[in-house]
Design a protein around this ligand. Structure first.
Ligand code: WTA
Length: 897
């Protein structure tokens, strides 16, 4: 028997559900923590008993319970009338007022059918719609009238409140119509994704509120505790799925679809009770003093010298933990050796062919010390740059941590990048040493890393030595130049395992990692020691809920920031056990990931939406045949996740048990900035939910004014933030700190925020594409294209792609000497792969007579995107030569057919 019949269904599925359910959740958790619900647990409390327990007023408890939808006044002994009184008072409904409903769609009809209005002092005077097929329908005894009757009805009935259930633009029209109608208040009830709340502007005495805004407003009332403002009208539970189903014919389907999209998942109780963060206090504490919050996280690390100041902020430059000294490798290794964890598995590695290695913390420590001594023996010192171009083998972690141990700066380049990309990155960083391997395994083939590295190093004057890990052996047939190349295993055989960690300044550079920006040249993102480690340590612990017993598997490649932060630094600082896998997810079969989960009993899995969509396409039979019962938490990163993929992930991988955390962040942010906390926050598929405690984000318009849809900005410095772009301070200022002066960090991402304050990321707003979660700039690909001898001009766009998120479409015009052919197209695609790496190979190359340009000569990318995505052409009047577009379009359609 449930002691507290918390009626969350009503709130979730009622049309008013956007009314701040995060706060409902908070209250629910609060009460549930006092009164264990569920079969056999706890005792029955009355509100008076609860009030005594909480040392608050009985009426407060009753109000709360009403608001969170606890039902059954007489049945459970709760009287909720006090709550209604309070709300009525606030809304000024102390005498009966009349209201009209505008919009007779599913929302409007549900609203009009709600018979709880009377309790709040509202009676319904009419219901209106624009759509001819709805006019004349009967809803709750009222006939739906055309909009032109609206004003007359309001006058006749003396209606004072209008409830709009239309999307933003239409709502604005209605609001304009209502200007001198005598209506006192307009409430907009449209769901958050149809309307931008607060965007209705009505002059003079009219009050205009979105429902979410009303909630926020209510919450500001000091008499009401956090969470209040929720549920008001839904509280009684009359607005249920069933009442929606009984709506006018033909609308049921749409409503069902709406309900589908609006699914929400509260943290399962079993997860919540054991979570590292289980009460909302963490948000409150961090918000009241972010610096204190971060300092408390930093204090859990080992410092050789404590900082004197948490933050020094001279925009756009932040210094965190000023004056502090520490060593990252000491935090990731040495301190764990002092307990039983010395023999705990740090890395559980599996190679693609099926070979295995387990390194305990003490093993890893030994290897790292040895390699640090190797670095020293080669004259590498603090501040020197070491380039790493390795496959996913444990050595990559050893080399990174060895650099960190002596204060050398590593720059890891993803093994899929081409020789030219590697060369440019080595040269930009001025690396003295390159660490690579004879090859790596990928889908049963050898990736010839050493050959690529040799080609790159030919034009890298700063490289003195190349160290080669023997991963493949003779089969690799890797060239070896005894004058420059050294075998890793030979150096390690000689090296001493004793190497004390170098105490480093909190602001000493830890690594540089290259990522794409909106110009052709990749930028070296600089991360430092103390702040970065604090950030990844805290987020791993709190978001991934990492425990000693966990087996954590982040499937990213260590060549991306995700691998840096959540394979290496975060989990190892947290003394976690990480799984590392070398190869492809479909080798030898499409269930490789699930075999790995089963075999090593992985508990926390962190992967990318593009991978999830691939698994979806392969079919659920692959995960179904493996035992995934060890999993307890799932995460995603890299691009917006579509709700379908989210739901599939939860169902077929998490088996509906595991919370899903959609984590938003960037190479520049160092660690996660927006994500649910899995024991606290109710998730909505497709939303990264809320900023991490201690992080201040906002959404602003072009002018920097807060908006519910616009550009995502970070409004306060955070410990893991990039410090600059290597060798390009000016670009650092230009790309991140120019658009909004020095006030906000500009992320380059678009986002919207719903009425509950949840963030929904919408993708990049600059010329950066996101292909399978990898950032690639359009200009980078364009310059690779025009580098081909046959290409005259090129334009590149990211078009929507079912699996990859975005795919690269290239439009090129040829030089007069060249003639188009399929072979040439193939050659051009390969040329890009060779210049940048296979990840940048265009999905398709369209040969065009001309590129569509505006009269001022700008390429019309939007038009190209429409063409590539097969949409209608839209407005082409600004085109200098529309014929080119017609040809392009015809060509695209030809390809489709
Ligand atoms: C995108 C990867 C939506 C975003 C850690 C960002 C996301 C870029 C998410 C950074 C997410 C990353 N939802 N979009 N959960 N995570 N992105 O530097 O556009 O490789 O700006 O860092 O990926 O990519 P980066």
């Amino acid at each position: 028997m449930h002691r507290l019949a918390v009626n969350s269904t009503v709130i979730r599925h009622g049309p008013l559900r956007q009314f701040s359910s995060i706060h409902i959740e908070r209250l629910m958790h609060y009460y549930r923590s006092l009164v264990p619900a569920g079969p056999g647990g706890g005792k029955t409390f009355t509100s008076a008993q609860l009030a005594r327990l909480l040392r608050v007023d009985d009426s407060q408890v009753r109000k709360d319970l009403a608001l969170i939808g606890v039902r059954g006044s007489p049945r459970l002994g709760f009287d909720t009338s006090g709550a209604r009184e309070a709300i009525r008072g606030f809304l000024g409904l102390n005498e009966t007022r009349k209201a009209v409903v505008v919009g007779a769609g599913h929302l409007g009809s549900a609203l009009a059918s709600y018979d709880g209005f009377a309790d709040y002092g509202l009676s319904l005077a009419g219901i209106f719609d624009v759509s001819p097929e709805r006019i004349g329908l009967r809803v709750k005894g009222l006939v739906v009238q055309p909009l032109d009757q609206l004003k007359a009805t309001i006058k006749r009935e003396h209606a004072e409140i209008a409830m709009i259930t239309a999307p933003a633009a239409a709502a604005q029209e209605v609001a304009d119509l209502l200007k001198d109608s005598g209506v006192r208040a307009i409430w907009n009830f449209a769901p958050a994704d149809l309307v931008v709340p607060g965007h209705i502007h009505v002059r003079n005495e009219h009050i205009s509120v979105g429902y979410g805004e009303l909630a926020r407003h209510l919450m500001k009332k000091p008499a009401l505790r956090p969470g209040i403002g929720a549920g008001i009208l839904a509280e009684e539970g009359r607005m249920t799925k069933n009442s929606i189903k009984s709506l006018p014919q033909g609308q049921g389907g749409a409503i069902e679809a709406l309900l589908e999209e609006r699914r929400e998942f509260a943290p399962p109780r079993s997860f919540r009770v054991q979570a590292n963060a289980r009460t909302t206090g963490i948000y409150r504490r961090a918000a009241s003093s972010p610096l204190r919050f971060w300092a408390s996280q930093a204090a859990e690390l080992r410092w050789t010298k404590k900082w004197t100041r948490v933050l020094e902020w001279k925009p756009p430059h932040a210094k965190w933990f000023v004056g502090g000294k520490l060593n990252v490798s000491e935090n990731c290794l040495d301190r764990h050796l002092e307990s039983w964890r010395r023999n705990k598995a740090a890395i559980v590695w599996e190679g693609e062919p099926g070979d295995e290695r387990v390194l305990t913390y003490s093993d890893l420590h030994r290897e790292v010390c040895k390699f640090a001594n190797v670095l020293k023996s080669l004259g590498i010192r603090k501040g020197d740059r070491v380039n790493i171009y390795l496959p996913m083998i444990p050595e990559v972690v050893v080399v990174m941590l060895a650099c960190a141990r002596i204060g050398a700066v590593h720059s890891v380049v993803f093994g899929g990048f081409s020789a030219e990309s590697l060369r440019d990155r080595i040269n930009d960083a001025g690396a003295r040493l390159l660490v690579t391997a004879d090859g790596g395994w990928r889908r049963g083939n050898v990736v010839p890393l050493k050959c690529t590295a040799d080609e790159a190093v030919k034009e890298c004057p700063t490289i003195e030595k190349t160290i080669v890990v023997r991963r493949i052996g003779d089969r690799a047939e890797a060239p070896f130049d005894p004058a420059r190349d050294l075998w890793y295993h030979e150096l390690m055989a000689e090296a001493s395992p004793v190497c004390p960690p170098e105490p480093l300044d909190a602001e000493d550079m830890l690594f540089v990692l290259y990522t794409s920006g909106s110009t052709g040249k990749p930028k070296g993102i600089v991360h430092t020691t103390g702040g970065y480690l604090t950030h990844v340590y805290a987020t791993t612990k709190i978001i991934f809920d990492l425990k000693d017993e966990d087996v954590f598997w982040c499937t990213a490649d260590v060549g991306w920031v995700t691998g840096h932060s959540y394979i290496v630094y975060g989990p190892l600082a947290d003394a976690g056990t990480v799984v590392m896998y070398e190869g492809s997810p479909d080798f030898p079969e499409k269930d490789r990931f699930w075999r790995i989960v089963e075999k090593y009993r992985v508990t926390v899995l962190y992967t990318a939406p593009t991978a999830i969509r691939t698994f979806m396409r392969w079919g659920e039979e692959f995960p179904a045949r493996r035992d995934l019962s060890s999993l307890r938490l799932l995460g995603t990163v890299g691009e917006p996740i579509n709700p379908e993929a989210w739901i599939w992930y939860r169902k077929h991988i998490g088996r509906e048990r595991c919370p899903v955390v959609d984590t938003w962040w960037q190479t520049e942010t160092g660690g996660i900035l927006i994500s649910p906390l899995p024991g606290i926050v109710t998730t909505k598929p497709g939303s990264a939910t809320l900023p991490f405690p201690g992080i201040s984000a906002d959404i602003v318009d072009l002018e920097g004014k807060p908006a519910d849809a616009g550009y995502l900005v970070i409004t306060k410095p955070w410990p893991g933030m990039l410090r600059t772009i290597l060798n390009d301070e000016e670009r650092y200022r230009r790309e991140y700190w120019k658009r909004y002066g020095l006030k906000y960090y500009f992320t380059g991402d678009g986002a919207k925020r719903d009425a509950e304050g949840y963030y929904w990321l919408l993708g990049r707003v600059d010329d950066v594409m996101n292909v399978s979660g990898h950032r690639i700039s359009t200009m980078e690909v364009e310059s690779a294209l025009v580098d081909h001898p046959a290409v005259a001009e090129a334009a590149v766009i990211g078009r929507t792609h079912e699996i990859k998120g975005q795919a690269i479409s290239a439009f090129v015009t040829l030089k007069e000497s060249a003639s188009g052919s399929e072979d040439l197209v193939a050659e051009i695609r390969e040329h890009v792969a060779k210049k940048i790496g296979a990840l940048a190979r265009p999905e398709e190359v369209f040969l065009a007579a001309e590129l569509p340009k505006t009269r001022s000569g700008k390429i019309m990318r939007r038009l190209l995107r429409d063409i590539a995505e097969g949409r209608l052409l839209g407005d082409v009047t600004t085109l200098a030569d529309p014929v080119a577009v017609a040809r392009l379009k015809a060509m695209y359609e030809g390809k489709e057919g």
